[in-house]
Ligand binder design. Structure first.
Ligand SMILES: Cc1cc2nc3c(=O)[nH]c(=O)nc-3n(C[C@H](O)[C@H](O)[C@H](O)COP(=O)(O)O)c2cc1C
Length: 305
């Protein structure tokens, strides 16, 4: 057992407790933004929602927090170590050059963090050389970011990437989900019309130019589609394509009904696209398309005879 003989050992023992890192901000009575790095943050109550943290009585920020009606706690993300260091330096102009939002009582809010709690000061308690501040959470945000950790006086980040996190952030998975969202309405219409994806691919190809079933099959195989004689037969039966359908090397083309069906499907696709892109700024939509185009440029070209 260690008898407490000085703050060094006690501090080291406390350092065994791994924590996250927060920056707590407020606005002083003179209108100055004030903030400091703190890992004494903890949850207190779910109903009403309450959190606490403690501030050293010697901190230059102490007088501001001792009278502030509101404060914000920012749980830092793993890439915010530099910001943590900036707010751990005594008295500097810690907010210089930062993009700020404002919360209740005009408190400064920082961006890029893992979570953020906007609080009303509920209680203050004496706690030895610290004051314990309890806040009622008025609003909070949280973001899909890994937290910055602090343990034995050093920063660290969560080790490894879980399967779920990888799935959430892997480009292939995101693209597949995005494709599902973009194509959802067209897919429902295809189901209603009883047209398979392979047949839709063929109709789209024939919408661009006449080609044989063989050619459609060859093009389709580049996109994991497998268009075959049974599909030709079905499309002909439905009156959507015409030509010498029993010959796989003879050109097929869309009938008037086939063209009408394609026009309707394309319009549904365009509407779905416009609805999804409405959530973006116009430049973001254009950027997204150009980024997709650049990614797709890695696809091998379909060989031309
Ligand atoms: C990871 C980390 C956690 C900290 N936690 C606290 C804390 O909970 N309470 C506190 O008073 N100081 C804490 N500090 C120290 C303050 O951030 C530091 O004293 C800062 O200089 C105070 O700024 P001020 O004097 O301008 O108010 C922590 C520092 C670091 C690096």
């Amino acid at each position: 057992m260690t008898i407490i003989n000085g703050s060094g050992d006690f501090r080291a023992a406390l350092g065994s407790f791994a924590t996250g890192v927060t920056i707590v901000t407020t606005r002083a009575a003179d209108g100055k933004d004030v903030g400091m790095t703190a890992n004494s943050f903890n949850s207190v109550s779910l109903d009403p929602p309450m959190v606490l943290w403690s501030i050293g009585k010697n901190a230059l920020s102490q007088p501001a927090f001792a009278t502030a009606d509101h404060f914000a706690v920012h749980i830092l993300a793993s890439d915010q170590e530099e910001l943590s260091n900036r707010f751990a330096r005594r008295g500097e102009d810690k907010f210089a050059g930062l993009d700020l939002e404002r919360g209740p009582g005009d408190i400064p809010l920082l961006g890029g963090c893992a979570a953020r709690f906007k609080c009303r000061t509920a209680y203050r308690y004496e706690g030895g050389d610290h004051d314990i501040i309890v806040g009622e959470v008025l609003e909070f945000d949280h973001f899909e970011k890994k937290p910055l950790l602090f343990h034995r006086g050093k920063y660290s980040a969560l080790a490894g990437v879980s399967g779920a996190e990888f799935a959430d952030s892997s480009l292939g998975f995101l693209l597949a989900r995005a494709q599902f969202a973009v194509f959802k309405d067209v897919r429902s219409e295809l189901e209603r019309l009883d047209i398979s994806l392979d047949q839709y691919f063929a109709l789209a190809a024939l919408g661009a130019k006449s080609m044989s079933a063989q050619d459609i099959h060859r093009h389709g195989s580049f996109y994991d589609r497998s268009f075959g004689p049974a599909d030709v037969e079905k499309l002909e039966e439905r009156g959507l394509v015409e030509g010498e359908t029993e010959r796989l090397d003879a050109d097929l083309k869309l009938t008037a009904a086939g063209r009408q069906t394609m026009v309707r499907l394309l319009a549904i696709g365009k509407d779905a696209e416009a609805t999804l892109l409405a959530q973006f700024e116009p430049w973001e939509g254009q950027w997204l398309k150009s980024a997709m185009d650049r990614l797709a440029s890695g696809m091998p070209e379909v060989p031309v005879d």
